[in-house]
Design a protein around this ligand. Sequence first.
Ligand SMILES: Nc1nc2c(ncn2[C@@H]2O[C@H](COP(=O)(O)OP(=O)(O)O)[C@@H](O)[C@H]2O)c(=O)[nH]1
Ligand SMILES: [Mg+2]
Length: 494
Amino acid sequence: MWRGLWTLVARAARGPRSPRPCTRQGSGVPVPGSGATIFALSSGHGRCGIAVIRTSGPASGHALRSLTAPRDLPPARSACLRLLSHPRSGEPLDRALVLWFPGPQSFTGEDCAEFHVHGGPAVVSGVLQALGSVPGLRPAEAGEFTRRAFAHGKLSLTEVEGLADLIHAETEAQRRQALRQLDGELGHLCHGWAGTLTKALAHVEAYIDFGEDDNLEEGVLEQANSEVRELQLALGAHLRDARRGQRLRSGAHVVVAGPPNAGKSSLVNLLSRKPVSIVSPEPGTTRDVLETPVDLAGFPALLSDTAGLREGAGPVEQEGVRRARERLEQADLILAVLDASDLASPSSRNFLDTVVAPAGAGSPNGNSQRLLLVLNKSDLLPPGGPDPSPNLRPHLLLSCLTGEGLDGLLEALRKELAEVCGDPSTGPPLLTRARHQHHLQGCLDALGHYTQTKDLALAAEALRLARGHLARITGGGGTEEILDIIFRDFCVGK
Ligand SMILES: Nc1nc2c(ncn2[C@@H]2O[C@H](COP(=O)(O)OP(=O)(O)O)[C@@H](O)[C@H]2O)c(=O)[nH]1
Ligand SMILES: [Mg+2]
């Protein structure tokens, strides 16, 4: 190996023209209003057992001393019981646990203090007022603690996003995914890819600078090319999966469809555990599309109840049918419901032919739509009798009336949704935001230019561009605008 090559690797990693690599160093992004010490209630609002108020910034130690007696700082990172009183009036406010986190070993990287007070509104507002009276302290803005953590290199941008997702997670799968992202899995993946590009760039630059040098190891350029090809394949695979991560964040579209009176609305109410839709023996009761967010077997879903699909109804119901068909086209998963005791009726046959069969066979664009076939009203079948339709594609028997078959349906839904949303327990890190997808695509496009160009200087530039896109996923070279959008997701006190 040519001796200078690793110097070039290092140069390519740092180089003046190169964007900041994916590292956990400080982002270099100025924090608006940094320098001030901020404070906020970090636990939820309202009456509760314990509320946590925290501060971050250089005056945190002074604030802690001003409010507590005795006035010396507690040992770092150890909880101490202290009497809190107003620094001006001396009025006692609460007996509370206080914690002192000297920077940089704190959440934000700055000096931080925490006050674990009793959660009554008067205690919380008294302590907040007391902190506001300490010179150099001001109330925090939404997401400001996390923004400071990012600015001081405590969290990468993908970890910040993971933290925001964790705070908003409503289902088990969302929590798992958010925790993985907060643990830095996506960041590590990008970091590894950026490392590959840095190496490829070093090889290309070595070739530019020393191509004629006999000591340059043979095949340096070929090695760079093959690394780029491998990376293209990996990025392509992740991009094909990109929709899954986004579904996991915002919920998969699950559309309940079927002929009138099959029990669609009953199923929506059963799955959402609330009376979302009117259930009635009268056909054509549901006309508009009714949507409800639900936790389906641990996955987030937007469940839509639709009008029963049939011909020849009045104009209002016809519009409902049109909307139902439109919604079916956008569905990530169709829950097709039929009345098990009425499979031979014209509306059942028509639904099987026009919706169920095409979904199984694959849609015109080549992507077969996911569909679960549910035969409802199993309680109307003779007990212990044969399958009502042995020739039908795989299906599940259910009775919304008795609840029989619900566990089997939830298990089938869990499997389907793990495919639709990606399985955060086992799969590779998911791209949960359009921002990730955009930069990964940008990286792939730049690598496309690399493979096409014959000019080595342009090839090196394409690699730098590609690496810049990866760096921006984890927060390198992020613009203020993007940061504002991301931090807006946080509440005050986080
Ligand atoms: N026996 C029986 N009746 C059901 C079941 N599910 C729904 N129904 C009844 O079937 C009728 C139509 O139900 P609904 O949910 O409004 O059907 P939709 O038109 O498909 O939305 C109502 O009278 C329900 O009470 C079931 O599992 N067993
Ligand atoms: Mg209905």
